[in-house]
Design a protein around this ligand. Structure first.
Ligand code: SF4
Ligand code: SF4
Length: 425
């Protein structure tokens, strides 16, 4: 951190000693995994800076916004529409966490066999190490998987500002009507929180801001179709992770800047890895910061990741919202249309996801798919089997991985990934 933020963290109620320990591990992991990469685009310097200040400058910015009366909203899922948050003059930040913390305390409240993502979110609260969570004026939970919806009942006893959104589980007209009803209810809750009425103008502006951010990420993704690929999967994942924390306009500008640089690299045929390096599509559970374990294993095993079928990736960002509506009602409908297409494994049945994975294999010219499930994540573990069957039916090599946030299985995973990469060669 370039500044001393101790008093800011103290005022947020963080446990300074535990927080220092977390930052040290995060810094070391970043050094070993990210900064050790070779031949990175210069534009990644921006993301290195963002990561070095992820608990510093960005939190200071959020607190400055709060001083000026703006509200901060934290969320755990890509179903929470940023458009509505922005239109109510608030800022949305992601709260999902990608590292184990305070596990002993967590396991007093949650069963041991809960997925690492949920446990980690609790660990960051119980360990008092997440300045985003402590800055939030409203925390939005959502009824997606069983683990999350039951965990929110417990989280509600730990925080005072939890709002829970119900979500459909079936892609039917009834399911869509439920989503619409819940987004309308969320809009009212946001207006109440900020005392700002959402207007057609503010909603249109918010849709355009989020569309611009998603378009920039689409542009980055499309540059990964090229062989040799100009950016590593680790770096592209980082951009997708920062998507959830950064100021939207600055993020858009920074991603577009990197894309300009990558286009020049492509013209010069400058890949981040040699031409014809085996190309992998990752598919499955979202990877929140600092969960870089599997991408790091893949990219140090002779392969390169060319796409993420994930909520921290294309599942979360792929569609834009139609901004042509003239009334709040029309634009709310457009928002519902856009989010209803997200093919999370909590939906039943969920054939769109299978189609999307196969489509991504083709688009990004992937040689194989690694399906990643967190241990104890029923929706993605269950779905990994039909995904594998479907891909094998299309002669697409597939490897199913089940893991957690610990580093204990790194050796074993590396052996399996290396064997898979050999097979692709
Ligand atoms: S995987 Fe499902 S529950 Fe998790 S962030 Fe994505 S949409 Fe939400
Ligand atoms: S990883 Fe799976 S179990 Fe965990 S929160 Fe997401 S959908 Fe639920």
């Amino acid at each position: 951190m370039s500044e001393n933020y101790q008093s800011m963290w103290q005022n947020l109620g963080l446990d300074l000693k535990a927080h220092d320990a977390l930052l040290e591990v995060l810094g070391k992991g970043y050094q070993d995994i990210y900064l050790a990469q070779k031949n990175r685009p210069e534009g990644m310097g921006y993301f290195d800076f963002v990561m070095s200040e992820v608990h510093g400058l960005r939190i200071k910015e959020l607190l400055d916004e709060k001083e000026q009366g703006r509200k901060i909203v934290g969320s755990y899922c890509v179903f929470v529409p940023e458009e509505i948050v922005l239109a109510a003059n608030a800022t949305l930040v992601g709260l999902c966490s990608g590292a184990d913390f305070a596990m002993e305390e967590v396991e007093k409240l949650l069963p041991r066999n809960t997925c690492a993502l949920i446990k980690s979110s609790f660990g960051f609260k119980l360990g008092k190490v997440c300045p985003y969570l402590e800055s939030a004026d409203m925390i939005v939970g959502e009824n997606t998987c069983d683990g999350k919806k039951k965990a929110y009942e417990t989280l509600n006893t730990l925080v005072e500002n939890l709002y829970v959104m119900d979500l459909p589980q079936v892609k039917s007209e009834k399911g869509k009507a439920l989503l619409k009803e819940e987004y309308d209810r969320f809009k009212i809750a946001m207006e109440k929180l900020t005392s700002v009425s959402i207007t057609a103008d503010s909603l249109k502006q918010a849709i355009q801001t989020v569309n611009a951010k998603r378009s920039a990420i689409h542009r980055l993704s499309s540059l990964r179709k090229v062989n040799p690929v100009p950016i590593s999967g680790l770096d592209a994942l980082l951009a997708n992770q920062v998507f959830f924390y950064d100021n939207p306009a600055r993020f858009t500008e920074s991603v577009n800047k990197i894309c300009d640089e990558l286009e020049k690299r492509i013209e010069l045929k400058q890949g981040v890895v040699p031409e014809n390096t085996p190309r992998i599509l990752l598919s499955g559970c979202p990877m929140a910061v600092p969960n870089w374990k599997l991408p790091w294993i893949v990219e140090t095993s002779g392969a390169v990741i060319v796409g993420e079928e994930s909520c921290v990736g294309e599942r979360g960002t792929r569609n834009l919202t139609d901004d042509s509506g003239q009334t709040v009602e029309e634009m709310m409908d457009a928002i519902v249309d856009r989010y209803f297409k997200v093919d999370c494994a909590i939906f039943t049945p969920n054939p769109d996801r299978l189609d999307h994975i196969a489509e991504m294999v083709e688009t990004y010219k992937a040689d194989g798919v690694i399906h990643y499930s967190l241990q104890f994540c029923q929706p993605y573990l269950m779905e990994s089997m039909p995904v594998e069957k479907d891909l094998e039916g299309k002669s697409i090599p597939t490897l199913r991985i089940e893991t957690d946030y610990s580093m204990e299985d790194v050796g074993q995973l590396k052996t399996r990934v290396e064997a898979f990469v050999e097979q692709l060669k």
